[in-house]
Design a protein around this ligand. Structure first.
Ligand code: UDP
Ligand code: MG
Length: 312
């Protein structure tokens, strides 16, 4: 009998878990009967401050398909996904948000794609961003354009973490033990045959989003720094360009002074240039710093998450 595992990261989701469980239970029970599968639901409590862990434990007592891992603090969704993927034992593994924004009824279609058409992975993307603040959508679009221009791997616009994968692919993912994890990049980096399903955005069932604009912005920087070193080249190229401009300007000024003399003028333009060049220098140092900081964190080889307790 094959096993289907579902990894569910949870952070302050006491309200969403019961709704999620009821929906998913229906689908899972149906799949078990129809395709002769066994299933497990792996909840990862990512250091929630509310009653999330207690709610999960209740379902764990009620239903032995429910398992859990609880972190010692909030390590972030990426760490939660990683911990889940590391501890499930299924032959087919799904990742699903607990807020029902990832429609559970798609699971059957995903499973059938894998079984019948021999895909390694069936992933989902949202075709619209209804219900999301317009500025957020705008920056998200810019981010996808930028990262796809700069890096070799392809990151699909609107891609969710919601996907069903075969064991083999999950094994390759957990082999990547980097500390700064950007799953959308990792999924694409490991390769394998991926089928994309599309669906219209669904709004959160309960609770509220855990991602502030600032958190998302930093996350997007993580993605860029992790998957491309193009910004470093931009820094060196702009440095080089400015050297050339400076040389041309020096020659021009010397010749001009020798031929026409030098009336003292042009003070404001000098200040402008100073600021411009100073700004560019700081920007480039900043880019260097980003990469250095990531390297620094990676070299420490800290664990990606710490488990405080887990189900048996
Ligand atoms: N999440 C998590 N740790 C965090 C932030 C979020 O495990 O630090 C989980 C959260 O409980 C949810 C999923 O990640 O199951 C997606 O979060 P959310 O719905 O807030 O993100 P959005 O859908 O708004 O992008
Ligand atoms: Mg959500």
């Amino acid at each position: 009998m094959k096993k289907l595992s579902i990894v569910v990261p949870c952070f302050n989701e006491e309200e969403a878990i019961p709704l999620f469980y009821n929906e998913v239970k229906k689908i899972v029970t149906l799949l078990e009967k129809k395709y002769n599968l066994s299933t497990e639901l792996m909840f990862i409590n990512d250091g929630s401050k509310d009653d999330t862990l207690r709610v999960i434990k209740e379902y764990n007592k009620l239903d032995d398909r429910v398992k859990y891992i609880s972190f010692s603090r909030n390590f972030g969704k990426e760490a939660a996904i990683f911990a889940g993927l590391e501890s499930v034992i299924g032959d087919y593994i799904a990742i699903m948000d607990v807020d029902l924004q990832d429609p559970p009824e798609l699971l059957e279609e995903m499973y059938l794609e894998i079984i019948n058409n021999n895909f390694d992975c069936v992933a989902t993307r949202r075709v619209n961003r209804k219900g999301e603040p317009p500025i957020r959508s705008f920056f998200a679009r810019c981010f996808y354009k930028l990262i796809n221009k700069m890096s070799k791997i392809e990151i699909v616009d609107g891609a969710r973490d919601y996907r069903l994968m075969k064991r083999q692919m999950v094994d390759s993912i957990i082999e990547i033990r980097e500390y700064n994890r950007f799953s959308k990049g990792i999924f694409s980096w490991v390769g394998f045959q991926t089928k994309w399903l599309e669906y219209k955005n669904v709004e959160r069932a309960a609770g509220e989003t855990k991602w502030s604009f600032w958190k998302l912005f930093l996350y997007s920087l993580d993605g860029i720094v992790a998957y491309t070193t193009v910004p470093l080249s931009i820094a060196s190229v702009s440095g080089f360009l400015f050297c050339i401009i400076a040389i041309v300007m020096i020659i021009f000024v010397v010749v001009k002074t020798l031929v026409w003399g030098e009336p003292v003028a042009g003070y404001p333009s000098i200040i402008c240039f100073l600021f411009l060049i100073g700004g560019i220098q700081l920007f480039c140092i900043g880019i260097l710093g980003e990469y250095l900081a990531k390297t620094y964190l990676e070299t420490k080889k800290r664990p990606i998450y710490i488990i405080k307790e887990r189900s048996n």
